[in-house]
Structures are given as C-alpha cells and as structure tokens.
Design a binder for this molecule. Structure first.
Ligand code: SME
Length: 168
C-alpha cells in the first residue's frame, strides 16, 4: 500500500505551539520526540543527543561530545564522540545524514539492533551545533530526501523556539 509523506509541517507547528507554554529544552524536546514517534510511521527510535563539554584542550578550547537527551524507544548509548557514528558525523560535518541502510554506513553505532535506516539532523543555537535529532526505522530505505527535508523543517522550528539555557 502506498504510504504518504508524514506531516512534518504539522509536527513543526505543534512544537512551536508547545513552546508557547514552556520553551525549555527538556519538556520541549521530550514532547518533540513523542510527536515524531506518533506522527512518523515505521520508527523504532526518535530523539535527541545534545552537546556537553568533556574538557578543554591545551589552548583552552572547550571539547564537547554528544550525550543522550529526551527520546522515545529502547535504551540507547549514552555518549557519542564528535565524528563517530551517524550522529557524530552529522555534528562533525554540520550536515543532515540520510542513511538508507545503516549496515552500509562505516562506523554506525548500533543501539537498537532493530534499526536499519536512519536520519540525523544537526540543531543550531547561538551560532554552533548544540545537538542532533536522530530518527531510526526498522525498514531499510524507510527515509527519502523528502523525509530529510521534512525533518530539517522540524529542526528549524526547534531552532526558532527552543530555549537551550542550561545546556553548556
Ligand atoms: N545509530 C546512531 C547512534 C544512536 S542510536 O541510533 C539511538 C549513530 O550511529 O550515531
């Protein structure tokens, strides 16, 4: 049976409406992961990883890694280094990763063995990447370019309305 494109614009609008009540990142991203899980078919995981300091280099530049944030799905890996896996690659390259088959992505980190395809979109605030939206499906090839663009619209809504205060 033909499957329509999920209504990513509706999800984006719902996130912006929720932010009018409370824009803090914990409640907003918690509900955003629920909206993605409800509104996008054939997902086994939807959520966020957020950048957190791990120290500083010799020059005093803060080094960061991704740490698990609000999500829906099975227990997931807690920390991901920048440049590692699909999430770390999205941060290192500051670009959306659309992965048709995760088993063909060198360095993919398998949190849930049910995952076969994945989209990761970087989130920006204050001129830098502060985290990623990560969405996994048990179906190979579940996501196309239109899904990636739709998820970028969801992230754009988050970038407009989410208050990341308290996130170092
Ligand atoms: N597969 C991701 C890890 C996070 S889980 O999918 C929730 C990656 O390779 O970065």
């Amino acid at each position: 049976m033909a499957r329509g494109l999920p209504d990513y614009r509706l999800i984006a609008a719902q996130i912006e409406a929720l932010a009018e009540e409370d824009a803090a990142w914990v409640p907003l991203l918690a509900n955003a992961s629920a909206l993605m899980m409800d509104g996008v078919d054939n997902l086994n995981w939807a959520g966020f990883y957020l950048m957190r300091p791990v120290g500083a280099d010799a020059a005093g530049n803060v080094e960061r890694e991704l740490v698990l944030g609000p999500f829906q799905g099975k227990v997931a890996c807690v920390r991901i280094a920048v440049g590692r896996g699909v999430c770390g690659t999205a941060v290192a390259t500051d670009s959306t990763q659309l992965v048709r088959d995760v088993h063909e992505f060198a360095g993919h980190i398998a949190c849930d063995s049910a995952s076969n395809s994945e989209v990761v979109v970087p989130i920006h605030a204050g001129g830098r990447v502060v985290g990623v939206l990560d969405v996994d499906s048990p179906l190979v090839g579940r996501f196309g370019e239109a899904d990636a663009r739709g998820m970028e619209a969801v992230v754009a809504a988050i970038e407009r309305c989410c208050d990341f205060e308290g996130l170092a």
